[in-house]
Design a protein around this ligand. Sequence first.
Ligand code: ZN
Ligand code: ZN
Length: 254
Amino acid sequence: MMRFAYLGSGSKGNAAVIEAGKTRVLLDCGFGLRDTERRLQRLGLAPDDLAAILVTHEHDDHLGGVARLARRHQIPVWLTSGTLRAWRDATGVTTRVISPHEAFVIDDLQIQPYPVPHDAQEPCQYVFGDGAQRIGVLSDTGMATPHIRANLSACDALLIEFNHDVDMLENGPYPDSLKRRVGGERGHLSNRQAADLLASIDCSRLRHLALAHLSETNNRPELALALAAEALGCTPDWLNCAEQDAGLDWRQLS
Ligand SMILES: [Zn+2]
Ligand SMILES: [Zn+2]
């Protein structure tokens, strides 16, 4: 049995929990220590329930809270060598360096990392499995590559970045340089890009779709949900958005 939840997601901080059997890992941690503990508690978890913290890349909204949580609770951190090199705060943290191309196992969880185009040193994303079912995660990528599509095809659950609406970004308050970065090929997925990705992969097994990393400035949940529903040919109430503050409560794969 697998399930997942979000502690929170958005440009101010990201963290998700993925569970298979008796194994639970935290994916990224962009929240402060007390805040993280409070958000875990909301999901019925304590830090000691976590077998590992997996990191996607060094940006603050993903890595900012990892060091203090890992040190305080003696949780090992798994990450690429590029992310480790870019991390200024790793002293006293137990780290395990992974290749973004090689699958690995943490107890009951099978984990396949895969690289993504994003403006970080060596960013990767992950597909989690238990041998029967798979949960694919994708955020912080400027575009969908064939390799990304291959990894996310035929998953039972997908947690996908719907970062911005192109028109809201274009007409919004960000300075031009930041607009170009966010909308660029090493930036973030727009709603349209994410929907096109969904429409281009095998979703025949898909039972859960969580929309993540929505910009509070350049997006609205209903815009993202509408495009995702259109891409999958379903109604929006079947889909979920992970929110910045509320996160997303447990979703269990049947
Ligand atoms: Zn991010
Ligand atoms: Zn990032």
